[in-house]
Design a protein around this ligand. Sequence first.
Ligand SMILES: C[S@@+](CC[C@H](N)C(=O)[O-])C[C@H]1O[C@@H](n2cnc3c(N)ncnc32)[C@H](O)[C@@H]1O
Length: 229
Amino acid sequence: MSSPGDKLGYDGLRLDRTGQAEAFDAIGDRYEEAFPHKEGQIESAEWLIASLPAGSRVLDLGCGTGVPTARQLAEADLRVVGVDLSDTMVALTRKNVPGGEFHCADLADLRPGGPLDLGRFDGVTAFFALLMLPRAEIPPALRTVHHLLVPGGLLALSMVEADVDDFSIPFIGSTIRVSGYLREELREVVETAGFDIVDESSYSYAPAVADVAPEVQIFLRCRRRPDGS
Ligand SMILES: C[S@@+](CC[C@H](N)C(=O)[O-])C[C@H]1O[C@@H](n2cnc3c(N)ncnc32)[C@H](O)[C@@H]1O
């Protein structure tokens, strides 16, 4: 029997999370040590904060340790809800951001008709979260974000620029699988999922640990188009 989420493209996909949560459980707060400079992420969340009235509901997808983003949003008087697949990350976020609401869940659980219904949001942040999915799941995940946002709602998204699909890489003592696009393709995927891109920036980033390669990070500031446009 089909569910409403099937319409978003989840139909027939086998969601394979093998090793992904375990990697972030093992990484824990070493994630912050590996990525100490987060200017692009902080600026992108500042855009969201400046664009939304205090008290707006914001969802942080793949919230990690909660630092900097969930904390930054909560300190700006936004109502923060976070979701992450890793128990350890959710426990760290709850400690780091006592005022927020955090769930240990798969972002695919938020699809229409999925097991976790968190209601609608005025803004969503997804910093380096969708890159943890195989490419086939990225458009359905973006359509899920579209569904979770009120019309005109905002999405602050970041990805690493890379032409890879479900590619295993060493990462802070663990192995994770990541996907990405080259910039133009990323823009196309985001626009096709129902968003206007209102701004874009990119940074060359050299992580502070030896086993994570230098990367180009792309930040897109997006606005949800009304349904069907
Ligand atoms: C690269 S980290 C980014 C963390 C945080 N957003 C940041 O930028 O500081 C990716 C996060 O996504 C989480 N994650 C991976 N797959 C996920 C999934 N399917 N659903 C929800 N969270 C996921 C990981 O546990 C990890 O905390």
